[in-house]
Ligand binder design. Structure first.
Ligand code: F6R
Length: 612
């Protein structure tokens, strides 16, 4: 999500750090910072909310001279994006400076221990706690390398880190667990980064760290080890990509990258929030309004576009498992229709960007009317995230493609977590059902990967239908909003007209559109609506419509009714929309590519709609 860069070698480090940070800004861009070791072995650091350009205005270049340094561009996960929370973080005595990508899950328990030891904290970040933990071990061992190693054996979660130490000012230590980290080995210099984009201008020889490994890098070379202190010998690999390809991780478009990233982004959404042994679901950001949530008479979900579709799935989840009456409103309608709201209502605002003007205005209206407001937001510190009474971040990472994909599935996951937390506390879900859902959750990322591996099948079907002028998407229950989302994805990036409907509603009008030129996508998982949806498929077949079915693995029978079947693994109903969305994202993507459309920046659209 965020970007790390480091330099040690013969040049001035600052220009290398700044250039690297600019190259990494596409990954995260809410604040940036650098720390450089000068000739007197002091560490000088500057950090600033905003883009790298704003950081550059903070200092004169001659304030930051020296051949060793680290830098960071941040996409906030803990604490809003301001100067204080920007990286590098450092301990009170300014001995250890550290930059970090990832999430330290057990930061609260570590903080408690460090507070007892007399450590103090001045930011809201998990990274500051890790920095102080390294300093804690340094004070006991007087050995930077050992201190980093001991600290890393204590933390749970994910990290890519680079850190420097005033008392041992000749090295950078880097480490990785679940968050990419690599270093380029040039002639008399080493460039550290979370992403090859910051390295390729200097060298193409790169060492990639694996999980559980760290490296001590000095001017004369490096030592690679496991955090258990076992030595590792690894040859550098030669990277062949050009810069543009690297930013997209080798994918042709950001949208494709983001579709394929979903097994990882979904894990980031639920990571550290569920105790799989006890079944306990905890969303820290919701705690301030927990009692309000449990006693609410009614939930209202408001959002726009794709986020509104997530809200519709949320309605099914909340009513089925929490037994709380739920309404879903377009934010743009909500704010103007004088809604009847009172203090016992909880209003959820779902937004990827956290800046959508209509959603923000709906939130303000809900607050004015006295409701409790809860955000389900991706961008940390965004306007909606700051304005709500409480909230849960979806942690999908930066979404750059204009068509929302990974944010949608992470919104669904966040709503599922909220549902489970509320249902568990209210006792409206059976233990056995909760257990089943959680065991499905564990394997969900693998099941998402299985779908992603079938890209060629989706591409084939997309090619067959790329010249269609219209599409219908039909689903029932949890999958009706998935049909709406599938249709929206197709419209926005391939400019093919598409409509989504509840499958049974079709015979009340849209069926008049069906002829041999009309492709109809059915979402037909083996759930309680299956037999009914088969009847709906037959109604289309009788009128010669072309049928593409999203069905469960093992359902071969459905081929009798369908022209094309795209299989996805079976899962719990609450997660079915997550899996079923993926083939629809691929269909729209491949159709848009086949039609020569600008996938990442479709005409007339903007990533964040900050006007009414
Ligand atoms: C569609 C899409 C839009 C957004 C909508 C709300 O792919 O991205 O429909 O979902 O503009 O945006 P956020 O979630 O940022 O409030």
């Amino acid at each position: 999500m965020c970007g790390i860069v480091g330099y040690i070698g013969k040049r001035e480090s600052l220009p290398v750090l700044l250039e690297g940070l600019k190259r990494l800004e596409y990954r995260g861009y809410d604040s940036a910072g650098v720390a450089v070791i000068n000739k007197e072995n002091e560490i000088i650091s500057f950090k600033k909310a905003g883009k790298v350009k704003e950081l550059e205005n903070e200092f004169d270049k001659d304030q930051l001279t020296g051949n060793i340094g680290i830098g960071h561009t941040r996409w906030a996960t803990h604490g809003e994006p301001n100067d204080r929370n920007a990286h590098p973080h450092f301990d009170e005595g300014s001995n250890i400076f550290l930059v970090h990508n990832g999430i330290i899950e057990n930061y609260l328990s570590i903080k408690k221990k460090l507070l007892q030891e007399g450590f103090t904290f001045s930011t809201d970040t998990d990274t500051e706690i890790l920095t102080n933990l390294v300093e804690f071990h340094f004070r006991h061992t007087n050995d930077f390398e050992v201190a980093v190693r001991l600290a890393l054996t204590e933390v749970e979660g994910t990290y890519g880190i680079a850190c420097i130490c005033k008392a041992e000012a000749d090295k950078i230590i880097v480490a990785r667990m679940g968050s990419p980290l690599m270093f380029g080995v040039g002639i008399d210099e080493t460039i550290v980064s979370s992403d090859a984009a910051a390295i390729v201008n200097y060298t193409k020889n790169v060492i990639y760290l694996e999980d559980g490994e760290f490296a001590v890098i000095r001017k004369g070379g490096f030592q690679l080890k496991t955090i258990r202190d076992e030595n590792i010998i690894r040859e550098a690999q030669t990277i062949e990509y050009d810069l543009a390809e690297i930013e997209k991780g080798g994918y042709e478009h950001f949208m494709l990258k983001e579709i394929c990233e979903q097994p990882e982004s979904i894990q980031n959404t639920f990571r550290g929030r569920i105790n799989f042994d006890t079944g306990f679901v905890k969303l820290g950001g919701i705690e301030p309004v927990r009692e309000k949530l449990l006693s609410a008479k009614r939930f209202i979900i408001t959002a726009c576009g794709t986020a509104w579709h997530a809200g519709l799935v949320g309605e099914y989840m909340f009513e089925r498992y929490c037994r709380v009456p739920t309404e879903v409103e377009y934010a743009s309608e909500f704010r103007y229709r004088q809604p009847i709201i009172d203090k016992d209502d909880v209003v959820f605002i779902i937004s990827q960007s956290g800046e959508t003007a209509d959603s923000l205005a709906a939130l303000k209206e809900a607050k004015r009317l006295g409701a409790t407001t809860v955000g389900v937001v991706n961008v940390v510190g965004s306007s909606i995230a700051r304005e709500v009474d409480a909230g849960t971040y979806i942690h999908a990472g930066p979404e750059i493609g204009v068509a929302s994909t990974k944010a949608f599935t992470s919104q669904l996951m966040s709503l599922a977590l909220l549902t489970l937390m509320i249902a568990q506390s209210k006792g409206t879900i059976r233990d056995s059902e909760l257990k089943e859902i959680l065991s499905e959750l564990k394997v969900l990322p693998d099941k998402m990967n299985q779908i992603i591996e079938k890209q060629k099948e989706f591409e084939f079907v997309a090619e067959e239908f790329k010249d269609s002028r219209n599409f219908l998407y039909l689903g029932r229950g949890f999958n009706f909003p998935v049909a709406l989302e599938g249709a929206l994805k197709l419209k926005e990036i391939s400019y093919i007209h598409a409509e989504g409907y509840p499958a049974a509603e079709m015979k009340h009008g849209p069926i008049a559109l069906i002829d041999e030129n009309m492709p109809v996508v059915f979402i037909a998982p083996k759930d309680s609506t299956y037999d009914k949806i088969i009847s709906n498929i037959e109604e289309i077949k009788a009128r010669k419509g072309k049928i593409i079915t999203i069905a469960n693995e093992g359902d071969e029978d459905i081929r009798r009714y369908s022209d094309y079947v795209l299989h996805v693994p079976r899962t719990a109903p609450i997660f079915a929309p997550i899996l079923n969305s993926i083939p629809l994202q691929f269909l729209s993507y491949f159709m848009a590519v086949a039609r020569g459309c600008n996938v990442d920046q479709p005409r007339n659209l903007a990533k964040s709609v900050t006007v009414e």
